[in-house]
Design a protein around this ligand. Structure first.
Ligand SMILES: [Zn+2]
Ligand SMILES: [Zn+2]
Length: 329
């Protein structure tokens, strides 16, 4: 009995030690970059000590929440009791405390618009150019009622639109996270990366759609790699989510501001250059925004997974999440 108890204590200690190393919990609500609705770019992130999430983009919300419940991805959450709502309603209304929208393309915001009739009062964080598109083209009483506190006609004010200046940290309401936005070039259209910081001064980077610097004729990514390289050298970057939309061999002209495995590797080599002696070995990278193919016998996901694995000489950890899957870093 004594031995059994000692084992149990040891097991508990191990469990605590692993839990203590984890800073961020992520649930994938949508992992694709278009074509098939219901599984479009959206990830929930929270500090592992918080009970509240920020949604990183919102291409699909409820289909992902429902998948997440099926996969027990919210089991470590102390769920708020509410006997008027079903489990998905509780997550949407009580545990998502805000949205970051990287850019206003539909595959990043459709879920937010569609579920807005059954959502609660909360902020939307984005660059000013993105806020402008949201008010002009979506919540304008023509495409959809104006659920925001800005823009056309009567303002229902369910969503407070927070236009964030880039390169400044802002608190994410009702969480222990702060957010800082960095502009990206997406076929010469403004997209953005969100850098999340927790109370331990640890970081997580979420990239909206982006093309490579060379094709975009920009240096947005290099500016970000310089900044993230320092955090990697200090051991403070816990992971990132970045897109790979198309497989290798897609002509540069047909990338429309997206990355292929080769282009991501090219960009990661720049990050490696700025990351100090240890390089980017073991860096956790979630690959997102794969565009599904409707052609017979083509599995884009599998293709991209293979191409990235083969080219991974830097020793990074590529992760390919399924809709509803949970991961902690
Ligand atoms: Zn997209
Ligand atoms: Zn886009």
């Amino acid at each position: 009995m004594k031995k059994y108890f000692a084992c149990l204590v040891f097991f508990f200690h191990c469990l605590m030690a692993t839990a203590a190393q984890h800073d961020f919990s992520i649930v994938a609500l949508g992992v694709n970059g278009g074509v098939i609705d219901g599984n479009l770019n959206a990830y929930l992130i929270r500090d592992t000590h918080d009970q509240n999430y920020l949604s990183l983009d919102a291409g699909s919300l409820l289909p992902g929440i429902i998948k997440g419940i099926e996969k027990n991805s919210f089991n470590s959450l102390s769920v708020m009791p509410d006997n008027t709502l079903d489990a998905a309603g509780v997550i949407l209304q009580h545990h998502i405390k805000g949205y970051f929208i990287s850019h206003a393309h539909l595959d990043h915001i459709a879920g937010l618009i569609i579920s807005s009739t059954d959502d609660k009062k909360k902020p939307i964080y984005a660059l000013p150019s993105v806020i402008d598109i949201i008010t002009t083209h979506y919540f304008n009483w023509k495409a959809w009622p104006n659920f925001t506190d800005k823009g056309h006609g009567f303002r229902l004010s369910q969503y407070s639109l927070q236009a964030l200046e880039s390169n400044k940290f802002y608190p994410v309401a009702e969480t222990s996270l702060s957010i800082q936005l960095w502009p990206l070039s997406h076929d010469h259209y403004e997209s953005s990366m969100a850098l999340l910081r927790n109370n331990q001064d640890h970081y997580f980077a979420y990239f909206g759609d982006t093309g490579p610097d060379l094709i975009e004729k920009a240096n947005n990514l290099e500016t970000i790699w310089k900044m993230l390289g320092k955090k990697i050298a200090q051991g403070k970057l816990k992971g990132m989510i970045i897109e790979v939309s198309y497989p290798n061999g897609t002509p540069d002209k047909q990338l429309y501001g997206h990355l292929t495995p080769d282009w991501l590797i090219t960009e990661l080599k720049v990050l490696e250059k700025y990351s100090g002696d240890a390089g980017i070995k073991n860096l956790n990278i979630i690959i997102s925004h794969i565009k599904p193919s409707l052609h017979k016998g083509i599995d884009r996901r599998h293709q991209i997974m293979q191409q990235l694995t083969q080219a991974n000489t830097m020793g990074v950890n590529f992760h390919f999440l399924e809709q509803g899957q949970q991961i902690t870093f």
